[in-house]
Design a protein around this ligand. Structure first.
Ligand code: GTP
Ligand code: MG
Length: 284
């Protein structure tokens, strides 16, 4: 509701011709039709299989996009938010939850999302870590259907050593990367935008011209943007026969938030390399 201007009836303004002013933000109809339709399509996601190693993965045909990032960055939660399914990918506040390469089909086995185990988590036994990292590396190097990566970084600790390695490696392999600064809900809007700008500038300095956005699985910030990127990269074409109402996605209840998003933020037990905690972080 808009407040009255407080001007008297006799002021000049009251004699001016009345203009109807719309305060509604105008969305770009082309973008929003594609992104809402993409979200609709992503909701068809179904679990295909989990593989402990490359030669046990689903057939290497079609297109797939893998969600990569440090342990606990929010990869599994992002897949669940994107597909609007609470437990499609297994998220957990315990770091190191995802230990296999998990495949999800999108209404067609030749269009897939992949949830990868996280890297940089030092609290798993060394021998196990070496096996995981080796399998992850094998997958990333040899998988022909891999189109690119969604690289997730906690907005409060972006561009850690392994992230930079991953970005440079993807660039050298001509894979696209779409960067998500996750858990954006942990910062207020100003500091979140500042962090986005800073990471953008650092990527530019490294001559890594990748797309980047803010994201929160908790409040679904950035969902439409991510859906459009995924759909575009997986060759999804708009199906005008499907209607989709973004408002029909159920809001998370307080209970859901408590169950799914009690992020212990595990800096203390994560034992990852040089975490740089942002001073602007919201209080827990
Ligand atoms: N506040 C907040 N918490 C989040 C968000 N996304 C994920 N979390 C929490 O962060 C923790 C880790 O989330 P996961 O999705 O399991 O992270 P992951 O990257 O898949 O972790 P690994 O499988 O160990 O590699 C969980 O406690 C989530 O509830 C978010 O957008 N906001
Ligand atoms: Mg996971």
């Amino acid at each position: 509701m808009h407040r009255s201007s407080g001007k008297s009836k006799n002021s000049k303004a009251s004699h001016a011709p009345k203009q109807k002013i719309s305060y509604e933000k105008k969305a770009d109809p082309a973008i929003s039709e594609y992104s809402t339709s993409s979200l609709n399509w992503l909701r068809k996601a179904e679990f295909l299989m989990s593989a402990p190693k490359l030669n046990l993965c689903v057939e290497d045909t079609g297109y797939e996009i893998a969600f990569a990032g440090r342990s606990n960055a929010g990869k599994s939660s992002a897949i669940n938010a994107l597909t609007n399914q609470k437990q499609l990918a297994r998220a957990s506040k315990k770091p190191g939850r995802t230990q296999m390469i998990n495949f999800f089909s999108l209404g067609n086995p030749d269009q897939r999302l992949v949830d990868l185990p996280g890297y940089g988590y030092a609290a798993v036994p060394e021998a196990m870590k070496i096996v995981w990292q080796k399998e992850l590396e094998n997958y990333l190097i040899h998988r022909k259907s891999l189109q690119g990566l969604v690289l997730l970084m906690d907005i409060r600790h972006p561009l850690q050593h392994f992230d930079v390695m991953m970005l440079e490696w993807a660039y050298s392999r001509h894979l696209f990367v779409h960067v998500l600064l996750t858990k954006a809900d942990k910062l207020n809007r100003g500091p979140a935008n500042k962090a986005l700008l800073e990471v953008q500038q650092q990527l530019k300095k490294m001559k890594l011209n990748f797309s980047i956005q803010l994201f929160s699985s908790l409040n679904k910030q950035g969902l439409e943007e991510l859906a459009s990127v995924m759909a575009g990269r997986l060759n999804y074409t708009l199906d005008k026969t499907l209607g989709f109402d973004l408002d029909a996605i159920p809001e998370l209840s307080v209970d859901d938030i408590e169950d799914e998003f009690i992020d212990q933020d595990t800096e203390s037990n994560l034992n990852v390399e040089n975490i740089d905690v942002n001073k602007n972080e919201k209080p827990e």
